[in-house]
Ligand binder design. Structure first.
Ligand code: ADP
Ligand code: MG
Length: 259
């Protein structure tokens, strides 16, 4: 069974961290023991997305040989296990990417799924996650530059003995007709796993430091995340319902009658 996925892209800002956090949360919701790990040790922001920026022990200390993996695991939404990276540059300098393989082995023994949020570039910190995962999921945007960069990552992954599952096309709009699925599959040489629409709720949810699948579970992007997670977990996809919003009258009534 494929269990460790590296979430990668050629350039920054395509949505790797967003995909890692939301797929991880959705997999955890489907009762799968799931860990996510911020292997983007230089530009760590996975912890920031989940309000874990003050975590005392992070992957930095683990990769520097100063802490055990189990001490860097934090509780995320829906029982998700999160290994954040620290935000200090000093911590980044002390981290040894070569240790990542041992960290992954340790985490895999604790969970059904492991998702690695990876850095961009072709340094050892970026290449190791491509080589050590069971499969790589590319996150691409519907732009030529993003596709070209993703293609390089696909080739790099194969060079280091890794395998690519496919690409997730993120931030699509109605105008993306010219770069359709078929063309993207032809350019990248891998299947498009699914399409995630551009959705303002993604950013809205991040201001609350909550994944969009939790904050706005029925929004466009969330639906795609639930679908992809169901596919990976081998369960049936269920429509999620939005929590009912409290109207003005309900809020007023609650304020008046609160004891
Ligand atoms: N489907 C989407 N719709 C709208 N905004 C998105 C979507 N996916 C990602 N974003 C936004 O794009 C920005 C970059 O995403 P991020 O996950 O940090 O990318 P990366 O980790 O690849 O650098 C963030 O501000 C995020 O909120
Ligand atoms: Mg990121």
């Amino acid at each position: 069974m494929i269990r460790a996925y590296t979430i990668a892209s050629g350039k920054g800002g395509t949505g790797k961290t967003t995909v890692t956090v939301n797929l991880g949360t959705a997999l955890a919701h489907y009762s799968r023991e799931t860990c996510i790990i911020d292997a983007d040790t230089g530009m760590a922001n996975l912890g920031l997305m989940l309000g874990l920026e003050n975590a005392p022990v992070t992957l930095h200390e683990v990769l520097a040989g100063k802490a055990a993996v189990k001490d860097a695991i934090y509780e995320g939404p829906r029982g998700l296990k999160v290994v954040p990276s620290g935000i200090s540059l000093q911590g980044f300098q002390n981290a040894e990417p070569q240790r990542l393989k041992d960290v992954m082995r340790d985490l895999i023994s604790r969970c059904d799924f492991l998702l690695l949020d990876s850095p961009v570039g072709i340094g050892s910190d970026a290449v190791i996650p491509l080589a050590v995962a069971d499969e790589v999921i590319l996150v691409v945007n519907p732009e030529i530059s993003s596709l070209v960069d993703a293609l390089k990552i696909r080739i790099l992954t194969e060079m280091v003995g890794g395998a690519v599952l496919g690409a997730v096309l993120n931030r699509t709009t109605m105008e993306d007709t010219e770069l359709n699925r078929k063309k993207i599959e032809k350019v990248l040489g891998v299947p498009v796993i699914d399409v995630i629409p551009e959705d303002p709720n993604v950013r809205r949810a991040s201001t609350f430091k909550v994944p969009v699948v939790v904050k706005y579970p029925a929004s466009g992007a969330s639906r795609a995340f639930w679908r992809i997670a169901a596919m990976l977990a081998g369960v049936r996809y269920e429509e999620q319902v939005e929590e009912k919003r409290e109207g003005f009258i309900e809020r007023l009534a609650r304020a008046l009658f609160r004891r």
